[in-house]
Design a protein around this ligand. Structure first.
Ligand SMILES: *Cc1c(COP(=O)(O)O)cnc(C)c1O
Length: 306
C-alpha cells in the first residue's frame, strides 16, 4: 500500500487531525520518487525523435541523475551526464552506479555548467555525437516535467476517497506545479531552497508555460531557517527524524526535501497553526541522498553510505 498513515510527534495525544503519506519512494525500485514522473514525457519525446543518446545535467549526488540513468537504460537509450564540478578524486555512489549502468560522464566547469542548455559542453557533445542527442534540462523540468507530475498527482488523487490537503516539497517547483494543476483542491508547497520567495509566482509560471491553470489554492510554506540551507541538515532535523522513526519505523524520509517539509508541518501543528483536518504528504523519494552525509547523521540503517 503506497498510502500510509504517518504519526507526527506533535499530535500524539490529539486525534482530530490525520496525516497520510503517499510513498512515492516505494513506487519503483530503479527510479523512486518524483524524478521518473518528471522524465516520462521527456524520454517519450527522445524516442519519438529517434535519438540514440539522451543527455542531462546533474550534481554528484543528484536524485535526477540516478532516476535518469535507470529510465534510459530501461528504454534502450544511452545516457550522457554533464556533471557539475571539474575534478573528482573518486566517484560518488550515485555516479559510480550511473557508470556501472552504462552512463558516460562529462565533468564540467561550474561556470559553464550554469549555462545549462547554452553551455559550451552541450555544443561540444552535440558535435561529437552528430546531433543524435536529446537534451533533458537539469532536474527534468520544463513543460514535459510539469505534465508528467500532473499525471502523477491525478493518479494519486484517484486513490483517495476523501478530500485532503496536499503537502509537497519543492526545488524547481516543477513537481508542485503538476500538483497545483491537478484535481487536488488545496496544496501547501515547501521550498528546499534558501532564499526562495514567491513560490506561488514560480508555480504560476510553470503552469502558464505548460498551458495549464493552477486550480489548487496554494499556501507558500517557505521556511526561513531550512536547517542551514539546501542539502544541509541541522541537529534539530536529525533529532526530529529519530523521533519520527520511532513512531513510524517503516517510513524513512530523505534529508533534503520531504524531511524538512514534515518537520515544518509538525512545528505548525505544535504551534496550533496547522488547521487542516486531513493532510497528505507526498514522499518524493531521494533516500539515496543520505549517502552524501555521514553514517552518524543518517538515522536509517538501510540508507547509510557504504
Ligand atoms: C528533485 C526532488 C524534489 C524537487 O522537485 P522539483 O520538481 O524540482 O520541485 C523533491 N523531492 C525530492 C526527493 C527530489 O529528489
Amino acid at each position: 500500500m503506497l498510502l500510509q498513515t504517518i504519526r507526527l510527534p506533535a499530535c500524539q495525544n490529539r486525534q482530530e487531525q490525520s496525516f497520510l503519506i503517499y510513498r512515492g519512494d516505494l513506487e519503483c525500485v530503479t527510479a523512486p520518487g518524483n524524478k521518473q514522473h518528471k522524465l516520462k514525457y521527456h524520454l517519450q519525446q527522445a524516442l519519438l525523435e529517434q535519438k540514440d543518446y539522451v543527455a542531462t545535467f546533474g550534481g554528484p549526488h543528484s536524485n535526477h541523475v540516478a532516476a535518469f540513468v535507470a529510465r534510459c537504460v530501461e528504454l534502450g537509450l544511452k545516457p550522457l551526464i554533464v556533471v557539475r564540478g571539474e575534478t573528482w578524486a573518486t566517484l560518488t555512489p550515485t555516479l559510480s552506479q550511473a557508470v556501472r549502468q552504462g552512463a558516460v560522464l562529462f565533468p564540467s566547469q561550474r561556470s559553464d555548467y550554469r549555462l545549462g542548455l547554452n553551455a559550451e559542453m552541450k555544443l561540444a557533445m552535440d558535435d561529437f555525437y552528430q546531433n543524435n542527442v536529446y537534451w533533458v534540462p537539469e532536474g527534468g523540468g520544463g513543460t514535459f516535467g510539469v505534465l508528467g507530475c500532473l499525471d502523477w498527482a491525478n493518479d494519486i488523487y484517484q486513490q483517495l476517497d476523501d478530500d485532503v490537503h496536499v503537502c509537497v516539497a519543492s526545488g524547481t517547483g516543477t513537481t508542485a506545479a503538476g500538483f497545483a494543476a491537478s484535481r487536488f483542491r488545496s496544496l501547501s508547497v515547501f521550498s528546499a531552497l534558501k532564499g526562495a520567495e514567491d513560490l506561488v509566482g514560480v508555480l504560476n509560471n510553470h503552469c502558464r508555460q505548460a498551458d495549464l491553470s493552477c486550480q489548487a489554492t496554494v499556501l507558500d510554506g517557505y521556511d526561513e531557517s531550512l536547517h542551514g540551507g539546501f542539502g544541509r541538515v541541522s541537529d534539530q532535523l536529525l533529532d526530529f527524524l529519530r523521533v519520527l522513526k520511532t513512531l513510524n519505523p517503516g517510513i524513512p524520509l530523505d534529508p533534503v526535501y520531504t524531511s524538512k517539509m514534515v518537520f515544518k508541518v509538525n512545528q505548525l501543528v505544535e504551534q496550533g497553526l496547522w488547521l487542516h483536518k486531513k493532510t497528505l504528504f507526498i514522499h518524493t523519494g531521494g533516500l539515496q541522498g543520505w549517502q552524501g552525509l555521514t553514517n552518524q547523521q543518517c538515522p536509517y540503517d538501510d540508507y547509510q553510505c557504504t
